[in-house]
Design a protein around this ligand. Structure first.
Ligand code: BGC
Length: 765
């Protein structure tokens, strides 16, 4: 830091202002006379999109040849921190070899609706999953001395009007979902940079929010890197700088640098604030420059193998019923005769459109990759350019299916339906594909559907096909991975990090997704994804956490380290998972928490832990996970803090949110009094919940009036059960000030103030 402070002292005001914006689309400025190098940043997140000339941020122009890994939706479905770390490390090596100091990713906005055009690039509907997996990726990347840029901070959950829309969202939903996704990753992995989003949050631009960029990100979470704008997300430069926005990308042709200089000169911006931003930028520049690995290799073939492994672990076997012969449909028997239908078998959709678009080193397809295993007839089946049924193609596909042992349909979303910059209009596959699947399934009972899509699709034909493999957008090794999984060389182990609803209308954000002009209300609050579907006990197509394997797993022996806990005490959870099938496989056990008899509005259950375990046939392993105070907390808007409801919690261990295998229970004995302060509108019910407050209240009223409100009536049994319940309810919801009418004449405001003092005093002691 000393070196950096020294450098800043030697910089002119103009140099400092200039440092706070890019030299061009991808480079930061350097200052040659002071030995400050210009570093390069590049997209991200599932491959290296390094552009030399013709820069753009929408993936329009070409970049260097690089390895395309599965996009985040798929990577997250691996539920595997080790894998995410490895992908991060691999990308770090590529960046070192290509002299890229910061890779722009990972992206971890919450999947509020399946319609967000950019869901393929995001990880999950659940903040715990996305923050844990993002932390692993960042850890891997930064272990190679290349910075991550965690994006898009925050609440950027739709593409429509992304530069101007305001996400109107409650503080609780912000804290529990939209910010939590970033919080865990920032605290755990300390990304070198965070990228703020385009949109506004409750009216204020993310890029100008002091609350978001300084109070929360830096002061609360301890972020110590630089904050960069999303490309062209800067609204008013000086306002942004004051809020905590350090670097504007790309550049404004010098216009905004001049505004900074003027603001310092006319006193509206303290030079210390500018200095601080420059120091943060320099700090990251030297984190990279001082550890430059100039001889790093970038072995594309080796990295392609890692992309293959990642693709295998990202694909999710959604369904695998038995055929008429009593055997599971998948894996396919080697040496059989199969119809491969659909153009994605030849030209797979394997990555998303927009700024993450990779100029792939090489792309494999299922048709070629499966050639060695079986006799395959190919039929194009449908076109991607337009959603039109082609009769000839359809007939050819049906014929091929009829004449084969099984049909495998390679379906999915064409790129024009799903991309950065716009949202999906519906959740369906193109109609022509739905028709094709139905017609093929009608003649071939052994029909497998292999999907290529970045986010859920409706499957009106789900009950007509025995097997479905979700490939997501699996990266350049897609074909090899599909071949390995379809023919059983590898065992599927992906699990959905998002719910697949039956229909888009079931999604809780359906009513207001997209919003009205520049305002979108997050009416569903904290009930996003399974938090909504499970609380409402709604049928879904495939639940959160779901995914099948070619083997089976059994769970047993759940043990909790305590029966009761409070405060910062940790709960250790142990259980056993056993591979009861005949081949090796990987399972992703999940820990959910359910509050019994909750007194607040909260989801039925929430994910608080997960693990990925690889087991040989017959092998078993013990899974050990910890829950801390935060795992049990909800965000209380009145207290403006994380609070724990005392009482019983169920610990649910499951293979998905709807497949709970083990149950245990634990009592939280925390008192409710943390930070609680009694005032004239505190209800009697709130007082009764806190022993110290209750004691003070009762004593004071007895001393001063000789009785408690309603005491005489209920004790004398003059009220029927219904009336008694009503009286109790009224009493419980009555604010302290209403004692004036319960004790007519005897209680006035002075009396109430004295009572409040007594209660608060008792709480302090
Ligand atoms: C995207 C970012 C990306 C940036 C640079 C923007 O359009 O939102 O995710 O990193 O461009 O390409």
């Amino acid at each position: 830091m000393e070196k950096i402070e020294e450098l800043v002292k030697q910089m002119t005001l103009e140099e400092k202002a200039g440092m706070c914006s890019g030299r061009d689309f991808w480079h930061l400025k350097g200052v040659e006379r002071l030995g400050i190098p210009s570093i390069m940043v590049a997209d991200g997140p599932h491959g290296l999109r390094k552009q030399d000339q013709s820069a753009d941020h929408l993936g329009i122009n070409d970049s260097i040849k690089a390895v395309c890994f599965p996009s985040a939706a798929g990577l997250a479905a691996s539920f595997d921190k080790g894998l995410l770390r490895r992908v991060g490390e691999t990308l770090g090596e590529e960046c070192q070899a290509e002299n890229v100091a910061v890779l722009l990713g990972p992206a971890i906005n919450i999947k509020r609706s399946p319609l967000c055009g950019r869901n393929f690039e995001y990880m999950s509907e659940d903040p715990f999953v996305s923050s844990k997996l993002a932390a692993a990726y960042i850890d891997g990347l930064q272990s190679r001395k290349v910075g991550a840029s965690l994006k898009h901070f925050a609440v950027n959950n739709q593409e429509k009007r992304r530069s101007t829309v305001s996400s109107q969202v409650s503080e609780r939903a912000l804290r529990e979902l939209y910010l939590a996704s970033f919080e865990g990753a920032v605290k755990e992995a300390k990304p070198w940079t965070v990228m703020c989003s385009y949109n506004r949050i409750n009216g204020e631009y993310a890029s100008e929010s002091h609350w978001l960029l300084t109070e929360i990100l830096r002061d609360e979470w301890g972020f110590d890197g630089f904050l960069v704008t999303d490309w062209s997300a800067c609204n008013e430069r000086v306002k942004g700088l004051l809020a905590g926005q350090d670097l504007e990308m790309p550049d404004s042709g010098g216009a905004n640098d001049r505004l900074i200089v003027e603001a310092v000169q006319n006193g509206t911006l303290k030079e210390e604030i500018l200095d601080q931003a420059v120091m943060r930028i320099l700090d990251v520049i030297f984190r990279y420059a001082d550890h430059r690995d100039a001889v790093a290799e970038f072995d594309r073939q080796k990295h392609h193998e890692i992309a293959r492994e990642a693709a295998c672990q990202s694909m999710v076997l959604l369904k695998n019923d038995k055929t008429a012969k009593g055997k599971k449909t998948l894996p396919l028997k080697k040496g059989g005769k199969y119809a491969f239908i659909g153009c994605f078998a030849k030209n797979p959709r394997y990555q998303g459109g927009g700024s993450s678009h990779i100029n792939s080193y090489k792309v494999s397809n299922a048709l070629e990759s499966c050639g060695a295993y079986a006799e395959i007839t190919f039929a194009e089946g449908f076109q991607t350019a337009q959603d039109q049924i082609d009769k000839e193609m359809l007939e050819e596909a049906v014929k091929a299916a009829r004449e084969s042992d099984a049909a495998v349909i390679f379906a999915g979303l064409p790129e024009s339906i799903e991309s950065e910059a716009y949202d999906r209009e519906h959740m369906g596959l193109p109609k022509c594909q739905n028709v094709l699947i139905r017609e093929v399934a009608a003649v071939q009972p052994n029909t497998v559907v292999v999907l290529h899509n970045g986010s859920p699709v409706e499957m009106p034909w789900e009950d007509q096909v025995p097997a479905i493999l979700e490939s997501y957008l699996a990266g350049e090794a897609v074909g090899e991975a599909q071949a390995a999984l379809l023919f059983g060389e590898e065992n599927p182990c992906g699990r959905l990090a998002e719910t697949f609803p039956l229909r888009v209308q079931d999604n809780p954000a359906w009513l207001d997704f997209g919003g009205n002009k520049d305002v979108v209300h997050y009416g569903e609050g904290i009930f996003v994804g399974y938090r909504y579907y499970d609380t409402k006990e709604m049928p879904v197509l495939f639940p959160f956490g779901h995914g099948l394997s070619y083997t089976e797993f059994a769970y047993d022996n759940l043990r909790l380290s305590r029966e009761c806990l409070c405060g910062e005490e940790q709960l250790e959870i142990r259980f056993r998972v056993r591979n009861t099938g005949e081949r090796a496989g990987r399972e992703a056990p999940q820990v959910y928490l359910h509050k019994k008899n909750t007194g607040i509005s909260r989801p039925w259950q929430e994910l608080k832990g997960f693990e990925k375990v690889g087991l040989a046939a017959g092998e078993e392993a013990e899974v050990v996970l910890q829950l801390d105070r935060r795992s049990f907390s909800y965000y209380d808007e009145q207290m403006q803090d994380w609070c724990v409801e005392p009482g019983e919690y169920e610990i649910l261990i499951g293979a998905s949110s709807r497949d709970i295998r083990l149950r245990g229970s634990v009592m939280r004995t925390d008192s409710l009094s943390d930070k609680w302060v009694c005032h004239r509108n505190t209800t009697l019910g709130e007082i009764m919940k806190r022993p110290a407050a209750k004691e003070a209240y009762r004593q004071f009223l007895k001393e001063e009036t000789g009785r408690l409100p309603f005491e005489g009536l209920s004790a004398a049994g003059q009220l029927g059960e219904g009336m008694k319940k009503m009286a109790e309810a009224i009493l419980s919801d009555s604010p302290l000030r209403s004692l004036r009418s319960f004790y007519k004449g005897k209680v006035d405001d002075v009396f109430i103030e004295r009572l409040i003092d007594r209660i608060n005093h008792n709480m302090d002691n």
